[in-house]
Design a protein around this ligand. Structure first.
Ligand code: F58
Length: 819
């Protein structure tokens, strides 16, 4: 029932001139040079690598956009059910290499660039990372977009177009310094849709009235209006013409212009204030990882993005002229954590206030449409918004939330009349001062499915934060979809289960040799990077031990660096003769600390200080090097991950919901040392416990251990005590700088159980030293690990979401463009 804008008689003319896209290196050159000369206004005389990147990117963008047009057209005409993935973060990294891989013309382009005098590698590295995310949650969203397109699901992503992504990290005198990440100076991958806009309201008041038939009406009159402008980013699938859309909203003043009256009366600054206030909404990504701070601007971002996205989704649905009852059969909306939870009251508002549906009919539609993914059980990361703030910013939504809560609590009361206390526990509104809206409860109540991201985590949410809700709704509302990752290589991209075929080669001499050579070459490449950026020479034959992820106490980089100090002290205590027996090691760290997270910043400082001492100690030489890699991001991960022998995933058991880099390292032929936490447990099940180094206390024992620290006399593990002594003595610089870090463990209960796990950690590191000396056995472990990782492909993961939560089917394109 959707009309095409070009009438049938004219379509033939149109089709005759639809561009086809290049397939040879010559055609690629023609396109690239045309873009460099015209789109970029550069010539033969001033075409540097930046311009060559621009021309290459634009040539591929043209290719993508043709696929994009066709895909969108097919999706519109077929009108199958679609899924909308709402995420405040999409950590996409670089687009060009991915586009080339997916379109499949990288060879033509490499040859074409070579003809023009450029090296593909240099051109790829010109691109600025699209770093619109913090860590795992944002990277997962990017992998999911890729898989949804690769598997031909009709799917859109919705997010915010931040002008500043996650900050760039510089290390100055061992301290983290944050630098803004302005990434939009040249971004060929987005299409500004100045014609696709939504007016989004804030503040104001609510009106209620009765019509002539006595029906109650409610409407919200906003006090401020901000314009949302769509920016579309094509998301190509691998070896398929499907190209989905990621729509990012940018904010603009609704008037579009500044206030001329003020301008004319000389108030130049005031005249642009509205504009600036509006643009601030989408200006910057909040840089916190697993911490919520309740800032008004953050809530404004969330509503701005939810309102614009919902308006867009509803507008698209309404074009099909279907009845509202069909909405959940046509639309699935996945909430990536609680950040988009306002979409729930917003859809209810649209249906009741604007479309005139009865409350119950509307709620029935709403609660069948949404699915909610939880990514954490850490209390400090669970979103809560103060009621007064919400009352001020979103008065109508707060009413709706209260009404949702009332209906829910009445239901609970009817079903659990004897458990009066349950009402207070499960209420969306926390009776604190000020009162708070518990977003996770709202997300859960408004969704038909709630999932955790690894088995242990999905079990934990049912026994901790959502325990009462399992009683209320029954266990079927809760499910697990274990996270996954994208394989950044070539051969096994389409079907990771093909990886299992590698197992047959585990005894093949040639294969084993080649496998080791690839790993070695990757280590040489990282060693070069380290030399260039840190000025330290590392031996590529040493064991590369890597921990790269956001810096957080629960992830326990402090455990790692204490272990490194312990190793250093041991080396120092040995005779020159005994030192020769040791396995050389390079301990590599990387990751950003949230700017306001002092403890995390202290850990970075300690790592750098230890590095200064160890790396310059002539007694130590190659036996130990400690490296902190500045500004860890997606494109750096592409150099670091393939170069690791061992990577560390050592969170306190029960705190890391899943982890996804653990999978990535295994897929790249590295082994892991880890706790029984998150997806480590399932990785172990898949690859076999003989191929992973597990240590430490179990999640089920954590609570008792913590309790013990607080109420019994407790002593530091002796090896750790030695490490602390050396820090106190000032061996790594001013001890005062580290006192809060050490005191947290010695005096304030060691919440993350560093001391409890230290002995087991250190011992497991010794096992690793021994294992690494046996190259053959190590190679076998590494090959078997890769071969058994098929389960962790994001394609498997997306198929699970599609079947168990979204109820959507793939949509395969027709060959011709007849709709
Ligand atoms: C991560 N969460 C989990 N949150 O920590 C990790 O275990 C999991 O593998 C991953 O999600 C994917 O499921 C995470 O990255 C954030 O960064 C939020 C950003 C916004 C504020 C709250 C934390």
């Amino acid at each position: 029932s959707v009309e095409a804008s070009i009438p049938e008689p004219q379509r033939a003319a149109w089709r005759k001139f639809t561009p086809k896209g290049f397939t040879t290196s010559e055609d690629f050159e023609k396109e690239a040079v045309r873009h460099i000369e015209t789109t970029l206004a550069r010539s033969l005389y001033n075409c540097d690598e930046v311009a060559a990147y621009g021309g290459t990117a634009l040539a591929f963008r043209d290719r993508l956009i043709l696929d994009w047009n066709k895909t969108q057209q097919t999706q519109t005409f077929t009108d199958q059910k679609r899924v909308y993935y709402l995420s405040l973060e999409f950590l996409m990294g670089r687009a060009l290499d991915n586009a080339m891989l997916n379109v499949g013309q990288k060879d033509s382009a490499t040859k074409g660039l070579d003809d023009l005098g450029f090296r593909m590698e240099d051109i790829i590295s010109q691109e600025h990372d699209a770093a619109l995310g913090n860590g795992g949650l944002g990277r997962l969203a990017a992998c999911f977009l890729d898989s949804m397109a690769s598997l031909n699901y009709p799917a859109w992503g919705y997010g915010l177009r931040y002008r500043y992504g996650i900050f760039k990290q510089e290390i100055i005198d061992g301290y983290q310094v944050e630098v803004p990440d302005y990434w939009l100076d040249f971004n060929p991958w987005e299409f500004a849709r100045h014609d696709i806009t939504v007016d989004v309201q804030f503040y104001g008041h609510v009106n209620r009235w009765q019509d002539d038939e006595g029906k109650q009406h409610t409407s919200w009159e906003g006090g401020e209006t901000v314009l949302a402008v769509a920016f579309d980013v094509p998301v190509p699938g691998y070896e398929t013409p499907t190209c989905n859309n990621l729509r990012l909203w940018g904010s603009k003043a609704a008037s579009g212009e500044f206030d001329f009256q003020k301008f004319n009366s000389g108030e130049y600054e005031a005249s642009v204030a509205d504009q600036q206030r509006a643009e601030t909404i989408s200006a910057v990504l909040y840089p916190n990882d697993n911490l919520e701070r309740g800032k008004e601007l953050r809530l404004k971002q969330q509503y701005f993005w939810c309102a614009a996205s919902l308006y867009d989704i509803v507008r698209r649905f309404k074009k099909t002229k279907r009845s509202w009852k069909e909405f959940p059969n046509q639309v699935a909306i996945q909430l990536n954590d609680t950040h988009p939870t306002l979409a729930i009251p917003e859809l209810q508002r649209i249906l009741v206030d604007l479309e005139g549906l009865e409350w119950d009919d509307a709620w029935n539609i709403v609660s069948k449409t949404f699915g909610y993914t939880n990514h954490t059980v850490l209390p400090e990361a669970l979103e809560k918004w103060s009621v007064p703030l919400m009352q001020h910013l979103l008065p109508r939504h707060l009413q709706i939330i209260y009404d949702i809560n009332l209906n829910f609590l009445q239901y609970v009361e009817r079903n659990f009349p004897k458990d009066r206390e349950m009402l207070g526990r499960v209420s969306i509104i926390e009776e604190s001062n000020p009162k708070m809206v518990r977003m996770a409860y709202l997300a859960l109540i408004g969704s038909h499915k709630v999932n955790g991201v690894a088995e242990l985590h999905s079990d934990l949410i049912k026994t901790t934060i959502f325990k009462d809700f399992v009683k209320i709704y029954g266990p079927d509302k809760f499910t697990n979809v274990t996270n996954a990752s994208k394989l950044g290589g070539h051969d096994f991209l389409k079907d990771l289960t093909l990886l299992s075929k590698l197992e047959a080669f585990v005894d093949d001499k040639e294969f084993r040799k080649e496998f080791r050579e690839i790993k070695y070459a990757n280590k040489v490449r990282l060693a070069k990077h380290i030399k260039e950026h840190n000025g330290v020479t590392v031996n590529p034959a040493a064991l590369f031990d890597v921990q790269v992820k956001r810096i957080h106490e629960y992830k326990r980089q402090q455990l790692n660096i204490f272990g490194v100090i312990h190793r250093y002290l041991q080396i120092k205590s040995l005779s020159a003769e005994d030192r020769k027996k040791l396995a050389p090691r390079v301990s590599i760290f990387g990751g950003k600390a949230a700017p306001g997270y002092w403890m995390a910043k202290t850990v970075i400082h300690l790592i750098n200080k230890v590095g200064d001492v160890v790396n310059n100690d002539p007694d130590v030489g190659d036996l130990l090097k400690v490296i902190f890699l500045e500004d860890y991001n997606v494109s750096k991960a592409e150099i670091i991950t393939p170069a690791s022998d061992i990577s560390e995933h050592i969170s306190t058991a029960g705190t890391e919901a899943s982890g996804t880099s653990n999978m990535k390292f295994c897929l790249n032929g590295g082994l892991i040392i880890g706790t029984c936490d998150g997806a480590n447990i399932e990785i172990t099940r898949e690859i076999g416990e003989e191929n992973i180094f597990l240590f430490g206390n179990l999640a089920e024992d954590v609570e008792d251990l913590r309790h013990g620290h607080l109420y019994n006399h407790y002593e530091l593990e002796p090896k750790l005590a030695k490490v602390f002594d050396e820090i106190h003595k000032g061996r790594f610089g001013d001890a005062g700088a580290f006192s809060a870090l050490l005191n947290g463990i010695v005096e304030h209960g060691d919440y993350y159980l560093v001391s409890d796990d230290f002995a087991s950690y250190a011992q497991t590191q010794e096992l690793i030293d021994e294992a690494y000396k046996d190259t053959e056995a190590w190679t076998t472990k590494a090959i078997l690990t890769v071969a058994r990782m098929g389960f962790f492909s994001s394609d498997r993961c997306i198929d699970e979401y599609a079947e168990s939560i979204w109820n959507i089917e793939p949509l395969v394109q027709k060959k011709d463009d007849e709709a």
